[in-house]
Design a protein around this ligand. Structure first.
Ligand SMILES: [Cu+2]
Length: 150
């Protein structure tokens, strides 16, 4: 009888764990989306130049600056439509330098650096919005992309 009670307890525990994970939309099945920032012969770019997100899906925006100068990612109108779970900054060894929480509009990324921005879109966009680099001259040089939240 003792064995049966123990087995039931284990089953109950095993069942409780996935139920918790399902309840937290910001942590389940995170999709990585890389946004590369750089320069080439025709100017500056964000690659890719179009993004599609779905409400309720957790994303990790991997902001990769492959350039020799700093760039930034501004979510502009998308800010009001996404929940920022956190932003993570690691050093070259992969050790955590900072974790930032709260609503964030722009993230500046140093030359050759990568920052991870964890978001969950919560509201759809009526029409495409822009993800941009707002540093002077960079938008006109090509650093903008379109994004939709479905
Ligand atoms: Cu830029």
């Amino acid at each position: 009888m003792k064995t049966l009670i123990a087995a039931t307890a284990v089953l109950a525990l095993a069942h409780a764990v996935p139920a918790l994970a399902e309840g937290d939309l910001s942590r389940a099945n995170v999709i990585d989306v890389t946004i590369e920032m750089g320069s080439n012969d025709s100017g500056m770019y964000l690659k890719p130049d179009h993004y599609e997100f779905v409400t309720g899906q957790a994303y990790k925006l991997v902001l990769v600056n492959v350039d020799e100068i700093k760039h930034e990612i501004s979510l502009n109108e998308m800010v009001e439509r996404v929940f920022t779970r956190k932003i993570e900054i690691e050093d070259d060894k992969g050790d955590l330098v900072a974790e930032i929480k709260g609503s964030v509009r722009e993230v500046e990324v140093g030359a050759g650096k990568t920052v991870e921005w964890f978001i969950v879109p919560v509201q759809t966009t009526d029409e495409p919005v822009e993800i941009t680099c707002e540093l002077p001259g960079h938008y006109d040089s090509g650093m903008h992309a379109s994004a939709v939240i479905k």
